[in-house]
Design a protein around this ligand. Sequence first.
Ligand SMILES: C[S@@+](CC[C@H](N)C(=O)[O-])C[C@H]1O[C@@H](n2cnc3c(N)ncnc32)[C@H](O)[C@@H]1O
Length: 237
Amino acid sequence: MPEQRANENWVKVNLGSGFPGLPGWLNYDNSPVMLAAKFPRLLKLAVRLRVLPPKWLEVKWPPIIRHDCRKGIPLADNSVDCVFTSHFLEHIRRPEAARVLKESFRVLKPGGRIRVVVPDVRKLIAIYQSGRVEPEYASPADEAVPFGPADWLSSQFGSGEVNVLRKLRLGDWLIYLRRHRWMYDRESMSLLLSHAGFVGIEERNPFQSALPDINKLDVHPRVSLYLEAQKPPLSGR
Ligand SMILES: C[S@@+](CC[C@H](N)C(=O)[O-])C[C@H]1O[C@@H](n2cnc3c(N)ncnc32)[C@H](O)[C@@H]1O
């Protein structure tokens, strides 16, 4: 409990938060969905004209900060207590992910912690090998032919075709543009973390964390890799 009270004043950052974002956190995301939410009338019209799917109406402008995290984190050095990022780094290129981690290192206070969650190549392959691709993971809404396990695995690695005639809806295009760019396992993500300067890199279980609000933040337990690491504390602390 004392630890929880201490967390209340923490500066907490969530990179690639998705929506609606978590109150009490600086939620950064560059989704055009967030931009659309700034113009509710235009958004309603686009949904009525079926250019955008109705779920876009659920997005509220705050508490998300619209920002492209590939351009850095707009915060001062040593100003943040913890950084969380889930299912975001695989959507950008590997050098960009390395930069995001370096930026996380820069803004974290000495001793501050990062939790990185990405789809785990090992878990995806195990699911494929088991042949049990459950319906919620095999949801190719735009595919005419049903998916089998190998199709599902291919889609996780970012491959896939676009049928232009069936993809005229803007929302579908945006989803296509946001497919996975690079995939990780424990070793490859640990390399990026240590390259950024982090120490004490450890694999965690879902919902096992030194970070606050973890029950609300961990939302992809079946397929994810969870790594936590620390910016070295100042010597003597
Ligand atoms: C798969 S969603 C994950 C959302 C949430 N973090 C989760 O775990 O469910 C990936 C998110 O990353 C965001 N994203 C992709 N590229 C980004 C970028 N360059 N800067 C900031 N956010 C980005 C997308 O808009 C999307 O909301």
